[in-house]
Design a binder for this molecule. Structure first.
Ligand SMILES: [Zn+2]
Ligand SMILES: [Zn+2]
Length: 142
């Protein structure tokens, strides 16, 4: 369990006021081992959490570089907490994501950087998504 102090610190470091919902959402995302959709986050929060507040919180977290979106071929947007070094500007330099076709979870492979790509002249990338799919550690046949 992430300590309340640690959560408060992270929020203030990113210039965010501390509210119960923000703390709860941050806690859920910092403890998740794979990316969560908005609906999944909602289910892990206290039942009286307002959905609009939740989505506003996710938006402000995303804008301040606390979390990032993880997108796969489906239209579901998932969120994962960013590594400590991450900032809103640093999102471009991102890591590889891995989708497990057995458990359907998407993992942030923070330790695996997206390989450099050389684009043709006049092509300018604004975002990078690098998604691999296969079988995760948990789902490997033993
Ligand atoms: Zn799996
Ligand atoms: Zn990620």
């Amino acid at each position: 369990m992430t300590s309340p102090d640690r959560l408060a610190q992270t929020l203030s470091k990113h210039g965010l006021r501390q509210t119960p919902v923000r703390k709860a959402v941050l806690q859920v995302l910092s403890e998740a081992t794979y990316a969560l959709s908005g609906g999944e986050i909602e289910q892990l929060l206290p039942p009286d959490t307002d959905r609009i507040t939740l989505y506003r919180t996710l938006k402000s977290f995303e804008e301040s570089g606390l979390i990032h979106r993880v997108i796969d071929a489906s239209d579901i947007i998932r969120y994962a907490s960013c590594s400590i070094e991450c900032s809103a500007q640093a999102h471009f330099d991102n890591h590889v994501h891995f989708k497990c076709t057995a458990c359907q979870h998407i993992f942030c492979l923070n330790q695996v950087a997206i390989p450099a790509v050389t684009l043709p002249a006049k092509f300018e990338a604004q975002t990078r998504d690098y998604l691999l799919s296969g079988t995760c550690r948990e789902c490997q046949p033993s």
